[in-house]
Design a protein around this ligand. Structure first.
Ligand code: HEM
Length: 219
């Protein structure tokens, strides 16, 4: 509610006093009927805040836990960060649990009949472990290539808007972790995220780690 009010107030202000920021671009453009309606601005802002924050944060933690569980894979990644990072980030970039879709017309899919209006859920974790698509799908493999995962959604208009940014962020985070805290290690049990039902961005609330502090860059 607080975020909604904050964004509505900002949008209102930018309508009268545009600047060169994103909010001004959202309320002043020539997209016609494709332009976001006033009541859509706050949900869009919250979508960006959650989609761009919870995901990469959780992927970092899940990645750290996977590295602790698979020390051989950590050794491979850490030994050649430049070469392995591009494939490794895709192997950890899958924290989103599910999305829901509404069927728009009657169809049969994988032997199931669906009628227009039916709701269905896409479980990304199941698709990302489909043995028809992946060799040894349960194995955490930082050099998996090709990696046709759908952690950023399937092809189509809703494919993750921030997929490239997310890959970049994860590359930078793990590169910096290995460079500056090379002995970082998990030292306790992960505390899972609690949610009513299945969390949309699944995973870990806390993961205790230990590392030898290094000097701040530039200090
Ligand atoms: C590891 C990080 C990330 C993962 C795993 C992820 C995953 C996803 C998934 C599964 C979807 C839904 C696709 C669908 O409905 O078919 C999605 C949509 C979206 N993501 Fe990401 N995301 C990540 C990072 C980001 C970042 C950093 C941003 C932006 C700063 C972002 C912005 C969005 C937006 C705006 C949508 C909605 C697109 C639409 O429905 O038109 N995501 N993401």
């Amino acid at each position: 509610m607080t975020l909604t009010m904050l964004m509505n107030e900002l949008a209102e202000h930018r309508r009268e006093h545009p600047t060169d920021d994103l909010t001004s671009a959202l309320v002043h453009n020539d997209l016609g009927e494709d332009m976001l309606a006033p009541h859509e601005i706050a949900p869009f802002f919250i979508l960006l805040a959650v989609a761009g924050n919870d995901t990469t944060r959780t992927a970092t933690t899940l990645g750290m836990q996977l590295l602790a569980e698979n020390p051989d894979q950590r050794a491979i990644w850490q030994a050649d960060v430049d070469a392995v990072t591009p494939t490794a980030v895709d192997e950890v970039a899958a924290p989103v649990t599910f999305m829901r879709r509404t069927v728009t017309h009657d169809l049969e899919l994988s032997g199931q009949d669906f009628a227009a209006g039916d709701k269905l859920i896409l479980f990304y974790g199941a698709a990302n472990r489909d043995p028809r698509m992946f060799d040894d799908p349960e194995h955490f493999d930082v050099r998996r290539d090709p990696n046709p995962h759908v952690g950023f959604g399937g092809p189509g208009p809703h494919f993750c808007l921030g997929a490239h940014l997310a890959r970049r962020e994860l590359s930078v985070v793990f590169r910096q972790l290995f460079a500056r805290l090379p002995d970082i290690e998990v030292v306790g049990d992960a505390v899972p995220l609690e949610a009513m039902g299945i969390p949309l961005v699944g995973g870990i609330k806390h993961l205790p780690v230990r590392f030898t502090p290094t000097a701040r860059v530039g200090a």
